[in-house]
Design a protein around this ligand. Structure first.
Ligand SMILES: [Zn+2]
Length: 298
C-alpha cells in the first residue's frame, strides 16, 4: 500500500487577501459576500475589509472558464496529456476547459516531492507569481495509479475552479481529534480554533445556519483529512471521483452555453431547478428553502 497523501488547501499569504477578494468580485460579482444577510442575522455586524475578504468566494465568471495550463518541471508529453485529461473531466457538465500552453500559463503545475497535494482556490491563482506553481501533484508520474489521478487531480482541479471543501458527515467528523485538528489547521492554514471548529469539526448536519441539510459523503471535494489528526491515525481520503452532485454543482456554477449540460439526464434535471439567484448564484450561506443547492456551503 502506498501512503495516502491528502489535500492541504493552499491559502494565499495574508497580505494578498484583500486584493484577491477585490479581484474575485471584479471577475464574478457572485463572489461578493452576502453582507446584507449577515447584518440581518447579526445586528450591528460591521465587517472590515479583512473580514469580507475571508468571506469572499473565488469562482470564475459564470460565462465559463478557459484556463491555460503549464508544467514547471518539464514532464513527458504523455504525462501532460494525462493530467490535462483528468482536469478536463469537469467539462462533462460544466463550461470549463483547461488548455495546455507554455506561454504564461495561468495554472502552473509542479510535482515537488514532499510538498503534498494542493491548489490555490479559483481566482486566487491569478495572485501567484508566474514563476511559482498554483498546484502541486507530489511525485505524480505515469506509474501513479489511475485511481489517484481521479482522486487527486480532479480534486485539486476542483479547487482551481473555486470549489471549496465539502463539510463532512457526523460519522467522519467523529474520527477527528479536535486538539490535533486545531493545531494542524493553525499551522497549515493560519486558522483560529473557531475557524477550524466551523470548517472541519462542525458536522454538516449541525451547521444548519450556514450549512445544508444534504451532505454528499462521496463528493470529490469532501475534506481529505491526514492521519495525523484522526483518532485512529488513518487518513480520510474523501471522495474518490467526481460524482453526480459534483457534476450538478459544477454545471450550476459554470453553465454550459449549449441547451443543457452534457452529463446525462440526472445532471440536467437538477441544474434546471433554480433557486435564489438561479444558475449563477451559488447562494452558499443563505438559509431556508430547498437545501440541495447549498451543499457546497462551508
Ligand atoms: Zn482539497
Amino acid at each position: 500500500m502506498t501512503k495516502c497523501i491528502v489535500c492541504s488547501p493552499k491559502p494565499l499569504p495574508r497580505e494578498l487577501w484583500i486584493k484577491a477578494a477585490e479581484s474575485a468580485i471584479a471577475i464574478n460579482p457572485v463572489n461578493r459576500p452576502p453582507v446584507h444577510r449577515l447584518t440581518r442575522v447579526m445586528p450591528g455586524f460591521a465587517p472590515t475589509k479583512a473580514h469580507l475578504s475571508v468571506l469572499t468566494t473565488k469562482y470564475w465568471g459564470a460565462k465559463g472558464v478557459k484556463l491555460t495550463v503549464g508544467f514547471l518541471d518539464n514532464p513527458s508529453a504523455d504525462l501532460r496529456k494525462k493530467i490535462l485529461a483528468h482536469m478536463n473531466a469537469w467539462s462533462k457538465t460544466a463550461n470549463v476547459a483547461f488548455v495546455a500552453s507554455s506561454v504564461d500559463p495561468q495554472v502552473r503545475i509542479a510535482r515537488t516531492p514532499g510538498d503534498g497535494y494542493w491548489s490555490y482556490l479559483g481566482t486566487d491563482v491569478l495572485q501567484i507569481e508566474k514563476s511559482q506553481p498554483t498546484m502541486n501533484l507530489d511525485s505524480f508520474t505515469l506509474a501513479t495509479p489511475e485511481a489517484e489521478y481521479r482522486r487527486v487531480v480532479r480534486h485539486e482541479t476542483g479547487h482551481t475552479l473555486g470549489f471549496p471543501h465539502e463539510h463532512m458527515r457526523k460519522t467522519l467528523v467523529a474520527k477527528i481529534d479536535e486538539e490535533k485538528a486545531i493545531e494542524y489547521f493553525r499551522r497549515t492554514q493560519g486558522w483560529s480554533p473557531e475557524q477550524t471548529r466551523l470548517q472541519v469539526l462542525t458536522p454538516l448536519e449541525e451547521g444548519s445556519l450556514i450549512g445544508t441539510a444534504t451532505a454528499d459523503d462521496h463528493s470529490i471535494m469532501c475534506y481529505q483529512i491526514p492521519g495525523e489528526i484522526t483518532k485512529d491515525g488513518q487518513p480520510i481520503p474523501g471522495g474518490l471521483d467526481i460524482d453526480n452532485w459534483d457534476y450538478d454543482f459544477a454545471a450550476r456554477i459554470y453553465p454550459s452555453s449549449k441547451s443543457g449540460p452534457k452529463g446525462g439526464k440526472k445532471a440536467g434535471k437538477k441544474v434546471t431547478k433554480k433557486r435564489g439567484g438561479g444558475a449563477k448564484s451559488p447562494t452558499r450561506k443563505s438559509s431556508g428553502k430547498k437545501s440541495k443547492a447549498k451543499r457546497k456551503s462551508r
